[in-house]
Design a binder for this molecule. Structure first.
Ligand code: UDP
Length: 241
């Protein structure tokens, strides 16, 4: 990479699934996995890019899984939202240990551990160079943290959502089952819908499509991949209008 190359974006939103913080098993919190994700975020912040992170909670609890086992859906969803705050605190700890100033904002008020989500305040933190981690999803049951990512990205004026996953993009079929599966470098929202490719849940996806928010799905486990995406390298799959 040439030294004089500039980052492609000024403000990004990284969507980290809970699984990414759970290490190999994807369950619970794996300190090394959290450190690795923090390192990737530090790398892009050092490029001068403003970074917001929306964390998932699937490594700890999902409302849907709870409701299949007899927990009321809304209650389970709140449990899932609380789980995302646990993840946010873990990520905050790892980032601060790497010298990155952060703030956690939660969509569910929890004043002892996190600021409340206040849009203007979040933007101010970004301008001051702090990484802002959004926990608590949207604050509403029946939604997902992908929807929170789509909502917050629009609200705070992020230029792109970088969806960190285990796979290196969007394929025309499951690459684990089909060795001939083809990865898209770029795809339109409409094509993704027509081909029924699961980029995000439908609420999150329509929020992005309606507001022309680009999404890049990429493999976050590969070192320096987040940096490469931000530098405009053709990594993962770009979903756009
Ligand atoms: N959740 C919710 N509303 C939101 C975001 C999340 O109810 O706005 C709950 C929901 O139960 C979800 C859980 O929190 O299953 C964890 O979030 P998600 O499944 O999106 O996490 P990820 O798959 O990214 O780890």
């Amino acid at each position: 990479m040439k030294k004089d190359k500039q980052p492609q974006y000024g403000r990004i939103l990284v969507k980290l699934s809970g699984e990414a913080l759970g290490g190999a098993s994807g369950v619970g919190i794996c300190p090394q996995a959290v450190r690795d994700m923090a390192e990737h975020i530090r790398e892009v912040r050092e490029l001068g890019v403003q970074v917001v992170v929306v964390v998932g909670g699937g490594n700890i609890f999902r409302g849907m899984a709870g409701s299949e086992r007899g927990i009321e859906r809304a209650t389970g969803d709140y449990m899932g939202m609380l789980a995302t705050v646990i993840n946010a605190l873990a990520l905050q700890d790892a980032l601060e240990k790497q010298g990155v100033p952060t703030r956690v904002q939660s969509a569910i008020t929890m004043s002892q551990v996190a600021e409340a989500f206040i849009r203007r305040r979040a933007v101010r933190h970004l301008e001051k160079g702090r990484v802002v981690i959004f926990g608590g999803g949207t604050g509403n049951p029946y939604f997902s943290t992908d929807t929170a990512a789509a909502l917050r990205a629009n609200e705070i004026g992020a230029e792109v959502i970088l969806k960190a996953t285990k796979v290196d993009g969007i394929y025309d079929s499951d690459p684990k089952k089909n060795p001939k599966a083809r990865r898209f470098a770029q795809i339109t929202y409409l094509d993704a819908l027509q081909k029924q490719l699961k980029v995000m849940d439908s609420t999150a996806f329509s929020l992005c499509m309606d507001n022309k928010m680009p999404i890049i799905v990429f493999d976050s486990y590969k070192p320096h991949n987040l940096r490469r995406v931000v530098m405009g390298e053709k990594v993962g799959t770009l979903v756009t209008g």
